[in-house]
Design a protein around this ligand. Structure first.
Ligand code: GRF
Length: 212
């Protein structure tokens, strides 16, 4: 399957997808053929260039509506023959028209155990909620943000400060990093499940497993 990855930044998840799909001992069933960024000069674009993957920068500020921007992305993805779209730190909300066109072929990674802690700063939300375990989720994208059937999840512990008054617990940055290492395992696994057709999205928006 041909994969397009949408990014806005550092692209460590993109790197994990590049590493997994180019690893000859893993059979992901997917090849990244295009990386689109809505921001210029981000580290993720350099990662793609180093791996000889075509890149495209589409700046959302050059389009007057969300729909026009999404249409431009859609056209690039079609031109590259993309079958599956992976969002990897893509910081734009997608229009309903775009999510409908890619229904069942569009996945995202979120740094929390959905349906908890949707939206931005999910790691900070988890620390503030006082939960002892959080994690990451790879899910099909629906029009609602961070909704959609879950394909893979991985749990991550939150370290609490036990030595009062010195706080030795996780900072948000600590947790962001610990969750990222889990993301780098969960995202390639989810892509493999989808690309090898072991999972698909049912008409009722629930996951259908076809494990071999
Ligand atoms: C990840 O934490 C992901 O869950 C969220 O955005 C972050 C992207 O990080 N959607 P990176 O650019 O892949 O390093």
């Amino acid at each position: 399957k041909k994969v397009g990855v949408l990014i806005s930044g550092t692209g460590t998840n993109l790197q994990a997808l590049i590493d997994a799909t180019t690893n000859p001992t893993r059979h992901i069933g997917a090849e990244i053929v295009l990386v689109i960024s809505n921001k210029m000069d981000v580290e993720g674009l350099k990662r793609a260039e180093r791996a000889n993957i075509p890149t495209k920068v589409l700046r959302h500020t050059n389009y007057s509506t969300r729909e026009e921007f999404d249409e431009a992305m859609h056209n690039e993805l079609i031109k590259a023959g993309v079958d599956i779209v992976c969002l990897a730190g893509f910081m734009r909300i997608l229009s309903g028209a775009f999510t409908r066109k890619w229904k069942g072929r569009l996945i995202n990674i979120h740094p929390a155990l959905l349906p908890l802690f949707k939206g931005t700063q999910a790691q900070k939300q988890a620390i503030e909620a006082g939960v002892r375990v959080t994690g990451c989720s790879v899910h099909f994208v629906e029009e609602d943000v961070d909704a959609g059937a879950i394909i893979t999840q991985e749990t991550v512990p939150i370290h609490v400060g036990e030595t009062v008054p010195i706080h030795v617990g996780d900072t948000v940055e600590d947790l962001v990093e610990r969750i990222k290492t889990a993301e780098h395992r969960a995202y390639p696994s989810a892509l493999q499940l989808l690309a090898t057709e072991q999972v698909k999205l049912g008409d009722n928006n629930k996951l259908i497993w076809k494990l071999k």
